[in-house]
Write a protein of this length. Structure first.
Length: 146
Protein backbone atom coordinates (compact mmCIF):
# COMPACT_ATOMS: atom_id res chain seq x y z
CA UNK A 1 0.00 0.00 0.00
CA UNK A 2 1.07 3.53 -0.54
CA UNK A 3 -0.23 6.99 0.23
CA UNK A 4 0.79 9.86 -2.01
CA UNK A 5 1.68 13.21 -0.40
CA UNK A 6 -1.25 15.49 0.25
CA UNK A 7 -3.44 16.99 2.92
CA UNK A 8 -4.64 14.71 5.68
CA UNK A 9 -8.36 14.90 6.36
CA UNK A 10 -9.37 15.87 9.88
CA UNK A 11 -10.61 12.96 11.95
CA UNK A 12 -14.38 12.80 12.25
CA UNK A 13 -15.89 14.26 15.36
CA UNK A 14 -17.51 11.41 17.30
CA UNK A 15 -19.55 12.35 20.33
CA UNK A 16 -20.93 9.68 22.66
CA UNK A 17 -23.81 10.32 25.05
CA UNK A 18 -25.26 8.10 27.76
CA UNK A 19 -29.00 8.39 27.27
CA UNK A 20 -31.21 9.53 30.11
CA UNK A 21 -34.77 8.25 30.60
CA UNK A 22 -36.87 10.09 28.07
CA UNK A 23 -33.76 10.59 25.90
CA UNK A 24 -33.22 9.58 22.30
CA UNK A 25 -34.15 5.94 22.92
CA UNK A 26 -35.83 5.48 19.54
CA UNK A 27 -32.74 6.77 17.73
CA UNK A 28 -30.48 4.24 19.49
CA UNK A 29 -33.04 1.48 18.93
CA UNK A 30 -33.32 2.28 15.22
CA UNK A 31 -29.52 2.14 14.85
CA UNK A 32 -29.45 -1.33 16.43
CA UNK A 33 -32.36 -2.60 14.30
CA UNK A 34 -30.83 -1.25 11.07
CA UNK A 35 -27.15 -1.73 11.93
CA UNK A 36 -27.14 -5.44 12.72
CA UNK A 37 -29.67 -5.72 10.86
CA UNK A 38 -32.60 -7.31 12.71
CA UNK A 39 -35.05 -8.27 9.93
CA UNK A 40 -37.53 -9.69 12.44
CA UNK A 41 -38.05 -6.14 13.68
CA UNK A 42 -38.66 -4.65 10.23
CA UNK A 43 -40.61 -2.65 9.50
CA UNK A 44 -39.35 -0.72 12.50
CA UNK A 45 -41.78 0.05 15.33
CA UNK A 46 -40.43 2.12 18.25
CA UNK A 47 -40.30 0.31 21.56
CA UNK A 48 -40.25 -3.27 20.28
CA UNK A 49 -36.54 -3.87 20.93
CA UNK A 50 -35.92 -1.31 23.67
CA UNK A 51 -39.11 -0.46 25.58
CA UNK A 52 -39.10 2.97 27.21
CA UNK A 53 -39.10 1.36 30.68
CA UNK A 54 -35.71 -0.19 29.88
CA UNK A 55 -33.84 3.04 30.68
CA UNK A 56 -35.63 3.21 34.01
CA UNK A 57 -34.12 -0.10 35.18
CA UNK A 58 -31.22 0.06 37.59
CA UNK A 59 -27.93 -0.84 35.87
CA UNK A 60 -29.15 -0.50 32.26
CA UNK A 61 -27.66 2.25 30.10
CA UNK A 62 -27.86 3.04 26.40
CA UNK A 63 -25.13 4.94 24.59
CA UNK A 64 -25.56 6.86 21.34
CA UNK A 65 -22.63 7.92 19.15
CA UNK A 66 -22.94 10.77 16.65
CA UNK A 67 -20.41 11.48 13.93
CA UNK A 68 -20.29 15.07 12.76
CA UNK A 69 -23.68 15.57 14.44
CA UNK A 70 -25.35 12.58 12.74
CA UNK A 71 -26.43 9.53 14.82
CA UNK A 72 -24.05 6.75 13.79
CA UNK A 73 -23.77 4.02 16.45
CA UNK A 74 -25.27 2.68 19.64
CA UNK A 75 -24.88 0.08 22.36
CA UNK A 76 -26.34 -1.02 25.68
CA UNK A 77 -24.67 -1.91 28.98
CA UNK A 78 -26.06 -3.91 31.87
CA UNK A 79 -24.25 -3.80 35.21
CA UNK A 80 -24.52 -5.08 38.74
CA UNK A 81 -22.15 -4.92 41.69
CA UNK A 82 -19.82 -7.58 40.23
CA UNK A 83 -19.51 -7.04 36.47
CA UNK A 84 -20.70 -5.19 33.39
CA UNK A 85 -21.96 -6.55 30.08
CA UNK A 86 -21.88 -4.76 26.73
CA UNK A 87 -24.59 -5.58 24.19
CA UNK A 88 -25.76 -4.55 20.72
CA UNK A 89 -22.61 -2.58 19.81
CA UNK A 90 -23.27 -1.46 16.26
CA UNK A 91 -22.47 1.25 13.76
CA UNK A 92 -24.65 2.09 10.79
CA UNK A 93 -23.03 0.88 7.53
CA UNK A 94 -22.36 4.38 6.17
CA UNK A 95 -20.35 5.24 9.32
CA UNK A 96 -18.29 2.06 9.68
CA UNK A 97 -14.47 2.18 9.84
CA UNK A 98 -14.56 5.82 10.99
CA UNK A 99 -13.94 5.42 14.73
CA UNK A 100 -17.56 5.23 15.87
CA UNK A 101 -17.32 1.76 17.44
CA UNK A 102 -14.04 2.66 19.13
CA UNK A 103 -15.55 5.88 20.52
CA UNK A 104 -18.54 3.92 21.84
CA UNK A 105 -16.30 1.37 23.53
CA UNK A 106 -14.07 4.06 25.08
CA UNK A 107 -17.17 5.73 26.55
CA UNK A 108 -18.53 2.42 27.83
CA UNK A 109 -15.22 1.36 29.38
CA UNK A 110 -14.96 4.75 31.09
CA UNK A 111 -18.44 4.23 32.53
CA UNK A 112 -18.15 0.62 33.72
CA UNK A 113 -16.22 -0.62 36.74
CA UNK A 114 -14.92 -4.15 37.33
CA UNK A 115 -14.76 -6.91 34.72
CA UNK A 116 -16.57 -6.28 31.43
CA UNK A 117 -17.97 -9.04 29.23
CA UNK A 118 -19.28 -9.09 25.68
CA UNK A 119 -19.93 -11.45 22.81
CA UNK A 120 -18.10 -10.42 19.67
CA UNK A 121 -19.02 -10.86 16.04
CA UNK A 122 -16.07 -11.61 13.78
CA UNK A 123 -16.07 -8.03 12.47
CA UNK A 124 -15.77 -6.55 15.97
CA UNK A 125 -13.04 -8.84 17.31
CA UNK A 126 -10.05 -6.71 16.17
CA UNK A 127 -11.50 -3.69 17.99
CA UNK A 128 -12.09 -5.65 21.18
CA UNK A 129 -8.63 -7.26 20.96
CA UNK A 130 -7.08 -3.79 20.67
CA UNK A 131 -8.97 -2.70 23.80
CA UNK A 132 -7.57 -5.56 25.87
CA UNK A 133 -10.41 -8.08 25.73
CA UNK A 134 -9.36 -11.74 25.85
CA UNK A 135 -11.29 -14.61 24.29
CA UNK A 136 -12.50 -17.04 26.93
CA UNK A 137 -14.70 -19.26 24.72
CA UNK A 138 -15.92 -19.58 21.17
CA UNK A 139 -19.60 -19.77 20.29
CA UNK A 140 -21.56 -20.71 17.19
CA UNK A 141 -24.84 -18.92 16.60
CA UNK A 142 -27.52 -20.00 14.17
CA UNK A 143 -30.41 -18.00 12.87
CA UNK A 144 -33.57 -18.96 11.11
CA UNK A 145 -36.55 -17.17 9.75
CA UNK A 146 -38.30 -14.97 12.25
Amino acid sequence: MIRRPGPVPAPPAVEVDRLEPGGRLETAERIVVDGFPLPGFQPYHPGEVFPRSLLERQGVDLFLASRDGVPAGACMTVTDDAAGGVYWVTTLPEHRSRGVGRALMHAVLGHLRGPVTLTSATAGKPLYDSLGFDTVADATWWTGKM
